[in-house]
Every structure is written in C-alpha cells, then in structure tokens.
Design a protein around this ligand. Structure first.
Ligand code: PMP
Length: 350
C-alpha cells in the first residue's frame, strides 16, 4: 500500500553507500546501545516529537532487527533470573499470533507463554504484552491483569495517525515501534524500543549483542533517511501531501469500501470504533486499523476455510486465541489486490 507513495517521492529517499562505509560493528561506542546509528537515533526522536505519539525524554533507544528481535530482547531483559520457575508471559485475546510462538520457541527456563491475560490469575511476577492499537482487532488497549507484580511491554507498532487518532504521547516504561507498520518498510527489518530503565536497556542491548552482534547499519541508515523525509515533509510547505496525510486517506477509503462490502454480503460483521480527536491530524476520526477483524455470522463455524473456498486467504481466530468464527485480513496490500478482495467479499452469499 505504501509503495506508491514512496515511488512518487522518487530519489528523495535514495541512499547510496560506498563499499568502504559502515564496515565496523560499532556505531557509537560511547552510547549505551553501541550499535545504534546516531543519525537514526536523531530521526526517531524527531519523528516522535513531530507526530506527538510517544515521550522520548529520559528514554534509552535500543535498535533491533525488527520489533520482533526487540520483543525477545525485552523478555530476556525483564525475566527475573533468580526465579526457580519461568515467568509467565500473557496478553489479552485476541493477541498477535507470533507472541506465543516466539515466547515458547526455545523452551526457555526464563519465561513461558501463559495465554490469555484475562484468565490469568496466578500470584507473583508476570509479563503482560499490551498491543495498542491491537493486532488483530484494532482496539486501543490498556493492561488487563490486576496483579501487583506485573511487568509491561507496550507494543505500539500501530500507534501512528494513519491507523488511529493520536490522543496523547504514550508514556510507558518499555515501548516498541517498527518501520514495518509506520512507513511500510517491513523488509528493512528495523524496529526501536524506548526504554525508561537503564538496566533494562543495557540487558536488551546485551541480548542483541549475543544474538546478532548489533543491527545492520545499512538498514539503519536507510531507515534514518525515510524518517527524515517524513518529518521534513510534515514541517515543509506542503504538509497536506505528507506521508501520514496520504496513508490516512488510503486507509479511510479502504475502510469505507470494506464496510460497504460487508453490508452488501450480509454474512459478516466488523466492529465499529469510537471516534476521537487526533492531535496530529487535528481532526476527529474513527480508528482504521491495519487489519480487518471479521466475524462470520450465522452457522459458519470455520470462517477461514469458508473464505478460502471463496478465494480469500485469511488467518483464523484460533491463531489469536479466540473462536474460528473470526478471521484477520490485512488492509495494507497493494491497491489491485485490495480491490479484488473487497469485490470478492461483497459478492459472497450463503
Ligand atoms: N508487533 C506487532 C503487533 C505486529 O503486528 C508486528 C508485525 N506483524 C510486529 C510486532 C513485528 O514487527 P517487525 O516487522 O518490526 O518485526
């Protein structure tokens, strides 16, 4: 979906790296996160300040190979190593389907997946993942477990104005962001964490050192350029043509088309979202999530296979810890594929 915008920008985001540059493991040995490129750090802080979606003051930035690596680094850093039992990791269902897979992949003695946060009642320490807006259902979220020993990770991959009104600057202890969802550059494999506690930031950095000895500098330099162009355009004379204005308009159009298709078919339902004021775009709008979380109504029990039969590929509810009556569909595909999808959806009849 974002390709057409970046195509229009032409050479503005082109990066040329001569063979002799960025050869060392190190970016800035004086920083806590010694493999973080200073220009990338600068553009992260600048973009958050321009958009107003996260507090960057008194935070350490840790760069990762996608927020996927940072999530693992955070689990490593937050697990109390003196415990005999692995710490429980929970998230309210429906949760991002990769969380359980990543958490239990190596059968760690530090942490283990404990499922839906809403039914978690064990005493003692736990880690709760709060994804806001949530993948897959798009709702804004807060932590749900009411324990005194909870440690929170806020995955804010979708807290950008094309998806949801920016109502305030997020101000949590550990926040994860990624270019995959903010600018569309999933293939760069770049994410960043804003971390309040120095010790936690140090341990996350240590994990990434052990895991991959840092993060591709080529990618960081490219990501810095993309973020810079976004901020430059917002602060320049043609603000109406900025990246978030463009992507907000595409998402608004797609959600309108989706709701019309759902209505025409009559077999499905999608949630309504309460409108809110976006401080960045300075307008009131309803969230327009990166995924459609669709429920098959009536007697269709397995929505994923039903839609596969209609040539629509989705991910079923059971991957997200809920009923197979639900499916998740990406709203970010290229225009042509999205048009085909809504056309097919609108013509489905029982
Ligand atoms: N967190 C959430 C909630 C996501 O939806 C995704 C991507 N699907 C990620 C993290 C992974 O992001 P990255 O590409 O930066 O690893």
């Amino acid at each position: 979906m974002y390709e057409s915008y970046w195509q229009k920008k032409g050479d503005e985001t082109t990066v040329v790296i001569p063979g002799w540059q960025f050869m060392s493991y190190f970016s800035d040995a004086t920083r806590l996160c010694w493999f973080l490129e200073p220009e990338f750090a600068k553009q992260i802080v600048r973009l958050h300040n321009v958009v107003g979606n996260a507090v960057t003051e008194n935070r350490h930035i840790v760069v990762g190979t996608g927020s996927t690596q940072l999530f693992q680094a955070a689990l490593y850093a937050l697990s109390p190593c003196a415990e005999a039992e692995p710490i429980s990791v929970v998230s309210a269902a429906p949760y991002y389907s990769s969380y359980p897979l990543i958490t239990d992949c190596l059968k760690s003695r530090l942490y283990k997946w404990a499922g839906d946060a809403r039914s978690f009642s064990k005493n003692g320490p736990y880690i709760e993942l709060v994804t806001s807006p949530n993948n897959p259902d798009g709702f804004a979220r807060r932590s749900v477990v009411n324990g005194s020993e909870g440690i929170l990770i806020h995955d804010l991959a979708y807290y950008w104005p094309q998806y949801t009104p920016i109502s305030s600057r997020a101000n949590y202890d550990l926040m994860l962001f990624t270019v995959s969802k903010s600018t569309g550059h999933a293939g760069m494999r770049i994410g960043w964490a804003l971390v309040k506690d120095e010790d936690v930031a140090r341990k996350m950095t240590k994990y990434i050192e052990i895991n991959t000895i840092g993060v591709s500098k080529d990618s960081q330099v490219r990501a810095a350029k993309v973020l810079k162009v976004i901020s430059d355009n917002i602060e320049g004379p043609n603000e109406g043509d900025s990246f978030f204005e463009f992507s907000y308009r595409v998402m608004a159009k797609r959600w309108k088309q989706l709701r019309e298709a759902v209505q025409q078919s009559g077999l499905f339902s999608v949630s309504d979202f309460p409108p809110q004021l976006c401080m960045f775009l300075n307008r009131v709008f309803e969230p327009q999530p990166a995924f459609a979380w669709i429920k098959c109504e009536g007697d269709i029990e397995d929505c994923e296979s039903f839609l596969r039969g209609k040539k629509i590929l989705t991910r079923g509810g059971k991957h997200f810890g809920v009923s197979p009556k639900y499916v998740r569909i990406s709203m970010l595909d290229r225009d042509k594929n999205y048009e085909t999808f809504v056309r097919r959806l609108s013509t489905i009849r029982s």
